[in-house]
Ligand binder design. Structure first.
Ligand SMILES: CC(C)(COP(=O)(O)OP(=O)(O)OC[C@H]1O[C@@H](n2cnc3c(N)ncnc32)[C@H](O)[C@@H]1OP(=O)(O)O)[C@@H](O)C(=O)NCCC(=O)NCCS
Length: 167
């Protein structure tokens, strides 16, 4: 299995990954909307024997009171059902966080399974006073600093790209 940047030729396969991993087409549509409108964008695929078996996207998130901070949001992440729990999601997440750090991002937020993301360094965002624009359980709203101390004093409500509105 290799993790690599998404190519234009992967688009249909990426849609299939999200359509099979999730119960609705919302995530596949979200990926298309982010690709069209978000910048910078980190979009990685996991490929096995020529097939795309997983995909992750990271897009900009802002803290309105701290406009100079560079944050990204991890969403969506999906692995085709037959390949779940074999390390694909972990490989995509770790590679994505590394790439975010390389492009100068200081922290990444995620709204997801509280039992899954802490292994990658995510902790509850309320520990930093960072709120979520969506109604979400506190344990599911998490953040990972990519640079120690980056979020000191960074309280506020994080704002995702407009493509997330209405989800
Ligand atoms: C969630 C998901 C991305 C994880 O990817 P994956 O490749 O299956 O996971 P990995 O193989 O990297 O990691 C396996 C570990 O994650 C745990 N895990 C997998 N899915 C989980 C979930 N939904 N909730 C909690 N833990 C989960 C497994 O129990 C396993 O834990 P262990 O290492 O302690 O045994 C994948 O299962 C998926 O696509 N699910 C459907 C879509 C989805 O829910 N996306 C995430 C939205 S936040």
């Amino acid at each position: 299995m290799i993790v690599r940047p998404e190519l234009a030729s992967d688009r249909d396969a990426v849609r299939r990954v999200h359509a099979t991993a999730f119960t609705t087409p919302e995530e596949a549509d979200l990926v298309d909307a982010l690709r069209a409108g978000a910048d910078p964008l980190v979009s990685l695929v996991a490929e096995e024997a020529g097939d795309v078996v997983g995909h992750v996207m990271f897009s900009p998130v802002t803290l309105p009171d701290h406009p100079t901070l560079r944050l990204m949001g991890l969403a969506p992440l999906a692995v085709v059902p037959a390949r779940q729990r074999t390390g694909v999601g972990g490989a995509l997440t770790r590679a994505g966080l590394d790439l975010c750090r390389e492009i100068g991002v200081g922290a990444v937020v995620v709204l997801g399974h509280p039992a899954y993301y802490p292994r990658f360094g995510f902790v509850r965002a309320d520990a930093y006073g960072i709120g979520c624009q969506f109604d979400a359980p506190a344990a599911a709203w998490m953040v990972a600093e990519l640079e120690t101390g980056y979020l000191s004093g960074a309280a506020g409500t994080a704002r995702w790209h407009a493509a997330f509105d209405g989800l």
